[in-house]
Ligand binder design. Sequence first.
Ligand SMILES: *Cc1c(COP(=O)(O)O)cnc(C)c1O
Length: 387
Amino acid sequence: MSLAIEEYMSPKIFEKIRSFSEDKETPFLVIDTDTINSHLDNLVQAFPYAGIFYAVKANPAVEILTLLRDRDVNFDIASIYELDRVLSLGISPDRISFGNTIKKSKDIRYFYEKGVRMYATDSEADLRNLAKAAPGARVYVRILTEGTSTADWPLSRKFGCQSDMSMDLIILARDLGLVPYGLSFHVGSQQRDIGTWDAAIGKVKVIFERLQEEDGIELQMINMGGGFPASYVTKANDLATYAHEITRFLKESFGETLPRIIIEPGRSLVSDAGVLVSEVVLISRKSRTALNRWVYTDVGKFSGLIETMGESIKYPIYTGRKGEVEEVILAGPTCDSADIMYEDYKYKLPLNLAISDRLYWLSTGAYTQTYSAVEFNGFPPLESYFI
Ligand SMILES: *Cc1c(COP(=O)(O)O)cnc(C)c1O
């Protein structure tokens, strides 16, 4: 059996993308903006009480930022470059959060001068920089969470601090004249275990209470980060199930009157809107008796598919060919032997797959185009089109 499109996206939208792609030279990414709109509708419906801050790093294309700007979405930003782009689209700085805990003092100052007043932190050194370069700003402290093994693309360890330290930082923020605004966490991207939010919200609750009781500090905000699912080969629950459970966890901890809640979707908003179109360059066997064919395509780890590192993200691949399938090893076009996408996990592609056939990589709207190398082996960065 080859892949059934309808398991991952509307066949009508796929057909729209396929026919748009027909006369274009591969590889390239096509983003269907209607899909982003409908995913945003779903998010708003699922979390009606939450402020949405789009994680710009997922896909910073102007077409996407403009669409989200016009729908009153806010923006989670990680660098002065993302900031410049977002501001150049007429987005006001009060819709922006500087969510990167790793930042230069001069970059904090740049954000502050542009009018941004909300900052993430997870260390004393950064907090002291914030107090100097962004006096009086609101800060929220990122805490460490569990869930590395159930997130397909973990964002833990590198970011966040232990609960005790988060309390020290909140108190220090107050003492340095900053506004101790709240806490944040990110349970890991493409997090398949909804229980990780329960654990994180439980931690947040304890910190809220202790700060109130012991230090008289009333935190106002919880930033629940991203981690919401896109449609890949390894299945996750649908967004409504995530929202139902997470809302229940929040209400069990905080009652009906919740603090201000923020979410920072990246992947779940834009991933399913993208189809990466590639072409088969070569098909070969490594010996007379080899069981598996190698399929080399004109897209690889260095042209947008970096999240296949460790075979973490398994994109659904559609070929258009019918009939019997066999297990293959899938690799990219460059002269680097790390440029193999899937070898342990065996994709089953049609036996009649041939050189110059097209491969359609579904759910590639997030974390692809900007990860594409600038010139490795001379290959240009991945092109993208918006329809
Ligand atoms: C990357 C990132 C996100 C987006 O996460 P997704 O899992 O793609 O939704 C949100 N918040 C922060 C701070 C991030 O670094």
